[in-house]
Design a protein around this ligand. Structure first.
Ligand SMILES: Nc1ncnc2c1ncn2[C@@H]1O[C@H](COP(=O)(O)OP(=O)(O)O)[C@@H](O)[C@H]1O
Ligand SMILES: [Mg+2]
Length: 265
């Protein structure tokens, strides 16, 4: 099982304006969401993991190896990132060319790249689009193509940046099931996101970034029980949690189903 260890991570863009003031945590097999208000440093953190930015002080270890000793290309073989906006990622006119680009780029041969690409398209439910032009497809399907392009690289770590933005109910359900299947496959799945309802439904562990530090970190239901801290970080609990709260229940519910089951029993 892959691990990422963050050790005393400091980072700033401008002197005296720290973005991270010594982060320490380990990412493991638990599917994890990182939340935090706009500007909390979520995207910066992902860029540090990808080696696109380098820490001011402290280190990031991937499976025990300091990524400071790896090139961006070497890191890309292990850590895949699905962009927030598929239009920033997609650039080929044929789905199969788009999906095979990443695998070929990290050194897979054609047969291997094709095999992984077809498997990835199957996983996202778009096997029938191999010869389509991504630009003729809707935004939800383009998002799934962007996801398939990363999955085809078969990296140990898969990071999603705001996967649910501009996605309808069906696409969100699809993305939820993809994340679940990656988890079962033993991938390290990390998601930076501000959609609290999706966090509640999908992630085992939630980490809250605020003021350059970790404000909360734990099982998602525990994190959403800290109403005052969340308010300090300008975050609101998921809608179902808030609803059950206003109905007078202190227990944190992360889904309507769990609430209904609780009432029934
Ligand atoms: N290239 C940059 N140069 C200077 N400041 C930046 C740059 N990118 C982001 N920032 C600042 O760093 C902070 C964290 O940004 P970001 O990581 O994008 O946060 P988030 O993804 O949580 O919204 C913000 O205050 C943002 O304005
Ligand atoms: Mg961001």
């Amino acid at each position: 099982m892959p691990t990422i260890k963050i050790n005393d991570l400091h980072f700033h863009y401008k002197e005296n304006e720290p973005i991270f003031k010594g982060l320490n945590f380990v990412l493991d097999s638990r599917s994890t969401a990182i939340i935090g208000q706009n500007g909390a440093g979520k995207t910066t953190f992902v860029k540090l993991l990808k080696g696109l930015l380098r820490p001011g002080k402290g280190s990031i270890y991937f499976n025990g190896k300091n990524i400071a000793d790896m090139t961006v290309a070497q890191i890309a073989k292990h850590i895949g990132l699905v962009f927030q906006n598929p239009n920033d990622q997609i650039f080929k006119n044929k789905v199969i060319d788009e999906v095979m680009f990443g695998p070929l780029n990290i050194g897979m041969n054609n047969d291997e790249a094709l095999k992984h690409s077809l498997a990835a398209l199957k996983l996202v439910g778009l096997s029938n689009t191999v010869n389509c032009n991504p630009y003729d497809m809707g935004l939800s399907e383009r998002k799934l193509i962007a996801i398939a392009s990363i999955l085809a690289m078969d990296t140990d770590v898969v990071i999603f940046d705001e996967p649910t933005i501009a996605q309808d109910y069906n696409a969100k359900e699809k993305i939820k099931s993809i994340i679940h299947q990656l988890n079962i496959k033993g991938k390290l799945v990390l998601t930076i996101i501000h959609d609290m309802d999706f966090v509640a439904e999908c992630f085992e562990r939630t980490i809250v970034f605020a003021n350059g530090a970790i404000l909360l970190d734990g099982p998602t239901a525990d994190v959403f029980s800290h109403k005052d801290e969340l308010k300090m970080a300008y975050l609101e609990p998921p809608h179902v949690t808030q609803l059950c709260n206003s109905l007078g229940y202190d227990k944190v519910f992360l889904s309507v189903d769990s609430f209904v089951n609780y009432i029934k029993n």
